[in-house]
Design a protein around this ligand. Sequence first.
Ligand code: FES
Length: 283
Amino acid sequence: MNEAKKGMAIEQPLIPTVVEVIDIVDRTPDVKSFFVRNTDGSGLPFQVQPGQCGMISHLPVGEAMISCTWQEEQEYLEFAVKRVGLLTDELHRIEIGQKVGVRGPYGNGFPVEACKGKDMVFIAGGIGLAPLRSFIKHCFKHRQDYGKITIIYGSRSSADLCFKEELFDLWPREQDTQVFVTIDNPEPDWDGHVGFVPAYLEELAPSPEGAVAVVCGPPIMIKFVLQSLEKMGYADDQVITTLEMRMKCGIGKCGRCNIGSEFICLDGPVYYLEQLRQLPAEW
Ligand code: FES
C-alpha cells in the first residue's frame, strides 16, 4: 500500500518552502486551484504521487493539508482549495504572483502499481474528485496499463461541479472511458442526471469483474457508496478509499488523525476497504 511513500523521505518535515503562485483557476464558487512553483522558476518544491497531500501555509493565518496534484513533466504543483474557514478564506484572497509556503508530500498515495491491468471505477462527490483526479490523470497518462475507466461524479448543484472541462470535454474523449455526472436536485438548465451518487452507481452497475473501485467524497457519501459496492459484488480488496480529510499535521505529531492505534497520516490516508474493516468503526 505504501507504494508512493517509498523513496519519498521528508527531510525537513516542518519547514515550508516558499513558492510563487503562478496561476489561479476558479473551479466552483468556493473552490480555487492554486498553481505554484519555486520562486526562482526552477520547478517543483517536491513531487507528489496520486493521492498524496501537501501542506499549504499562508502566514500569519496558518496552514492546511490539501490534496495536491502533480503530473510527470509538469513544472508546477496544483492545490485545489475549498473555502471552508478562516485560512481557506485568506487563501482565496491570494493573487497571482504572491508567495505561500508548502511542505510535503504526505501520505501513502493510491496503489497505482497494484491497480495495473484492472478496470478502474472512480466514484467521487464534491471536492472529493480532487485526489481521484490525480489518479485518473495518471491512468490516462499510462493508458495501456489500465482497463476500462468509469468515472461517476456528483455534487450538490451544477455550480458545485469541479473540473468541468475535464468532466464534460477532455475525459469523455479518452479511449475506453465513460464519465457519468449527477447533481443532487433538479435545476431548470440542467438536463443531465439528477440523484445521489450511491443510487446512480447502483443504476449504472459497473461490473466488479476484474475491477477496482476508488472512492472519495463527503463521509456520508462514502458510507453509502461502500454499501452499494458491497451489494454490487465488490469484494473488500476491490475497494479503495482515502481518509485524507483527517490529515492535519501530516507527520504523526498532533494526534488528530488516529483511529484506534492507526495514524491516518502515517499509515494512510489511502486504504483498501479490507484494511479499514480491521480498524474501530470510527471512519
Ligand atoms: S495528522 Fe497529526 S498525527 Fe496524524
